[in-house]
Design a protein around this ligand. Sequence first.
Ligand SMILES: NC(=O)C1=CN([C@@H]2O[C@H](COP(=O)(O)OP(=O)(O)OC[C@H]3O[C@@H](n4cnc5c(N)ncnc54)[C@H](OP(=O)(O)O)[C@@H]3O)[C@@H](O)[C@H]2O)C=CC1
Ligand SMILES: O=C1O[C@H](COP(=O)(O)O)[C@@H](O)[C@H](O)[C@H]1O
Length: 673
Amino acid sequence: MVDLQRSNPLKFMELAISGSINSIGKQFALRSDGRIHRPTSHYRSRFDCCANSLFDGVVVGLDELVLIKCHPLAFDGRALLYVVATKFSWRFCGLRYWMLEKLNFRKPERKFGPGKEPRGLEIQGKDDFSDHLKAPLSSRGMAPEEALPEMTHNVEETKASISKLKENTHQNVISDGVESLPKSSSLLKTSPQGGTASSVCIAVIGATGELARRKVFPALFALYYSGFLPEDVGIFGYSRKDLTDEDLRSLIASTLTCRIDHQKNCGDKMDAFLNRTYYINGGENNKEGMKELNAQMEKIESDYKANRIFYLSVPQEALLDVTSSLADYAQTSNGWNRIIIEKPFGFDAISSNQLTRSLLSKFEEKQIYRIDHLLGKNIIENITVLRFSNLVFEPLWCRAFIRSVQVILSEDCGLETRGRYFDQYGIIRDVVQSHILQTIALFAMEPPVSLEDEDIRNEKVKVLRSIRKLELGDVVLGQYKASSMKKGEIYLNNLTPTFFAAALYIDNARWDGVPFLIKAGMGLIKHRVEIRIQFHNVPGNLYRECIGNSIDLATNELILRDVPDEAILVKVNNKIPGLGLQLDASELNLLYKEKYNEEIPDSYEHLLLDVIDGDNHLFMRSDEVAAAWDILTPVLNEIDKNNVAPEIYEFGGRGATGAYYLGAKHGVRWADE
Ligand SMILES: NC(=O)C1=CN([C@@H]2O[C@H](COP(=O)(O)OP(=O)(O)OC[C@H]3O[C@@H](n4cnc5c(N)ncnc54)[C@H](OP(=O)(O)O)[C@@H]3O)[C@@H](O)[C@H]2O)C=CC1
Ligand SMILES: O=C1O[C@H](COP(=O)(O)O)[C@@H](O)[C@H](O)[C@H]1O
């Protein structure tokens, strides 16, 4: 136990936390380089819940496993800072340095966004992690609880743990409650400019492509504007075109916008962002291109620590060459390297396993972020927040109470410019393999040990592996009429599905017999993205005579809606006012735009921030990808082998009528019937 600032503990805490988290009472993570780590996205909700608990919590620095407990009001108002960690001496140096820095004994050179620290710019030689394809599940990802003393253990135990750890370090001498500096520590190394901060470079490979221009650069700018990227971040755009820095800047400037809540100084910020953006012409040989990228990054990087993110926004067929060249020639050895890969992560089980093997021969699992932007939406985090933080839901989350689940992703638009990509992949590979199966996995998983990414991924993969292989009889394919394709749109092969419905079953104790109906389609009547959980009828319902409609329509329902208008709705039966006794099925409606007067950040922003944080829980691990393809590959093979033709439907209609028969077969009424 280290007793700090006896005389003025709250002031100390204020100093310590200022600039990172605004109010005392919230938790924070301390990185080994002395930086305060802001809560990651999934911690954010936990923090909000714990806001009144005066540090009575834990924050874990991912693979560094630093546990900090702060009780500013405990012990007669004295501030106590407990630090428990493995490799104690090394981390303790970091802590001491951080304390001194915060107490203004040492000033960092670099400053980040307005009042913000970038999240998770921690130093890691590389993101080391076990190979999940090889390791048994039980050995994957160590939960903090396994590595550290129990969160709730008492102060005496904490004192004992800390004195024991201190016995094992020869470097740390306590004087007046503040650790003296070690003689030498890599954490204290300064750059020639005197700075000790890490730098970050982000390379967008495929910078001239649609996704990069439309989504990736705007999300990076929004993060830069909000202070989540360091002022001196380096943004690199890479493709094979012969362009200059100025060309790239003009190309992306047209897609950068100042959101409603990002108006102040937006023009200046945009100029600053564009000035930090550089173009690399990779040419026809990515090996040479990556060497050039590496050289240009080195020119602007801190020689203290340099971290790199590579966003691979290239066609799937270019992935292997790009990742291999990047791994060999563009990684830094002076910080961490993370790569982001776009879906659909292969074409089927075989090609996906090949891609995974190739990735894992060059990168460690923890370095790979397989992105599906639909998983960065609020609705996805809300699945677990609602379930695990509400007593009214968690006990009902099983076959005994839930009759069916529907996952609906219907779009009213056509393919427009995306026809070429879509014609190769079709809707199953485009959104089912990743987005819909991930939604079901998060929905149906057992409670994870913690909110740590690997704990969540361990549970998701179990669900995916328990999903029964899909059969052709439980699948409906559709394609919107070619005559309704817009001018300039590519005519799809007549076997490419733009609509898909299926019934899935999870063969485990919790979900045995519960149909999970999924529907995804383009060119439909309405843009609608929602998850609907239908509960069983009330057994022996006393009011059945008073329910006007079919009793089936009067069951409780929980609806998580993303589009239109984000909302959480609960359908309940209530009495209609008046002298009679008649029941009505009404919706208790939490409409986000009414409750929260805030613009919701784009999902790419959310996910990019998670990558910066090193938080993988919304990104598919290799074994999850393999399990997802195992569910779909047999039926995809059958469809291809038998040339199964999709049912043609009207653009702007309700999709293939086969979906209704499918619903009836599984005893489910689609929500839009
Ligand atoms: N667009 C979207 O909304 C979505 C896209 N995706 C995925 O994102 C990725 C990119 O999609 P999108 O932007 O639409 O594709 P585009 O075809 O529009 O852009 C591809 C980019 O990659 C570059 N590129 C192509 N081949 C190579 C290569 N061999 N080496 C280096 N760079 C290369 C291209 O430039 P150049 O040819 O000059 O090198 C271009 O900048 C795809 O994998 C797709 O599956 C996923 C979901 C949605
Ligand atoms: O990833 C994809 O998402 C889009 C829908 O995304 P949104 O952010 O516009 O809701 C979908 O149209 C596309 O098919 C799919 O690849």
